[in-house]
Design a protein around this ligand. Structure first.
Ligand SMILES: [Zn+2]
Length: 385
């Protein structure tokens, strides 16, 4: 890595941490600066001869798009989010990064300004080499910590042949993770005066049977259904409301449930399975599916996996460890858009916690792996066929 020194990359990471970019939906009293950090990223990239611009997802919520290369060949996308979670309860100065040995402390140091610094540095290094056939594009997105409107918007605007995310992963290659499905279930009772046991029917009691049925499905069936990389499927009842007064039979009860899904499950089958349990417990109940995010699975034969594996081997000297995650990430948004996607990011500690730090050595290695992956991926002979 020639074009940028270690100090320049460390300075970049520290500058990113110094600009608060707390997600404004998660922490409305803190978060206002996704625009400032996006403007900083554009300015830094342009200064390093990388074309960069802001793309507004909606007012005050910007993505940064950047590109380097001649466009004559494949496109590799590198993605990191610029927003962070809030700072409530933090035990370190969140926005004045301190460096102790290899560690850089601050809110977002690990999740994931380190990843943003790595992809920005990669673009700058490739721009300085000046020989990029094809294109490396950067997606520096907003709102990953809440609803991922940034990634959703980005994949509608831009195409790519592969994508690498840099969420902190201890330099392990994340090739799969679970998705999720949210549903609302409503049971209907017969409202009546609390004394009228003869006609009253409690929707809450009916929901009791539904909850017991769903719990049995979770513990007895779903726990047996596992994927080698991400573990078992699961579900839980997360919210409950119902009833109108202590002396009235409850006319309605509602729960919200979350089902965590595996890479090889069919969403229709998942819905059918839950609907059967609900109807068996309380016939006539209503089910509404209102939000879903798909799982991630990067196929073993994908070119990007081979190139990142080779790059890792050359930088670290050992074979990269392939893992699955239980949590959902923006990687699935790119995967859903038909772009083969995996994640490899830095080592650190304290994501969303009172003390957060990233190991700067791993940020340097991450950058090196990205640069080498980009160099070889863009030259892969299969794109000339
Ligand atoms: Zn993150």
């Amino acid at each position: 890595m020639s074009a940028l020194t270690k100090t320049e990359i460390l300075n970049l990471l520290q500058d990113l941490i110094r600009i608060p970019s707390v997600n404004p939906v998660l922490a409305p009293t803190e978060g206002h600066n996704e625009v400032k950090i996006a403007e900083f990223a554009v300015e830094w990239l342009q200064r390093h001869h990388v074309h960069a611009e802001i793309e507004y997802v909606k007012p005050g919520r910007p993505n940064v798009y950047a590109e380097v290369g001649d466009g004559d060949g494949p496109t590799l996308c590198l993605c990191a989010h610029l927003d962070t979670v809030g700072t409530d309860g933090m035990e370190i100065d969140p926005f004045e990064p301190t460096v102790e040995g290899n560690r850089v402390y601050g809110r977002g140091s690990c999740d994931m300004k380190a990843g943003a610094a790595a992809i920005m540095s990669t673009a700058a290094i490739l721009a300085a080499e000046g020989t990029v056939k094809g294109k490396v594009i950067l997606a520096l997105v907003c709102d990953e910590e809440y609803a991922s409107i940034g990634a959703d918007h980005f994949v509608k605007q831009h195409k790519a042949d592969a994508c690498i995310l840099t969420e902190p992963s201890d330099l392990k290659m994340v090739v799969a993770h679970r998705g999720f499905l949210w549903g609302k279930i409503t049971t209907i009772g017969r409202s009546a005066h609390g004394a009228r046991w003869d006609i009253g029917e409690s929707a809450i009691t009916k929901m009791g049977s539904v909850i017991v049925g769903l719990d049995r499905l979770d513990k007895e069936v779903l726990r047996e259904r596992t994927h080698p990389l991400v573990g078992p499927a699961s579900m839980h009842v997360s919210l409950v409301t119902g009833g109108i007064g202590v002396s009235t039979y409850a006319p309605e009860c509602q729960i919200q449930i979350e089902r965590r899904t595996l890479p090889n499950e069919s969403i229709d089958e998942i819905k059918k399975e839950i609907e059967q349990v609900v109807q068996a417990a309380a016939e006539g109940s209503k089910i509404e599916w209102f939000f879903r995010r798909d799982p991630l699975l990067c196929d073993e034969n994908e070119l990007i996996m081979q190139h990142v594996s080779n790059a890792y081997q050359s930088v670290v000297g050992t074979e990269v460890e392939k893992v699955g995650w239980e949590v959902w990430t923006d990687a699935a948004v790119f995967h859903e858009a038909g772009i083969p996607t995996l994640n490899i990011g830095a080592t650190g500690f304290g994501l969303h916690e009172p003390v957060e730090w990233v190991d700067f050595d791993s940020v340097m290695k991450n950058t090196d792996i990205l640069v080498q992956s980009a160099r070889t991926f863009l030259k892969d002979p299969s794109f000339n066929k």
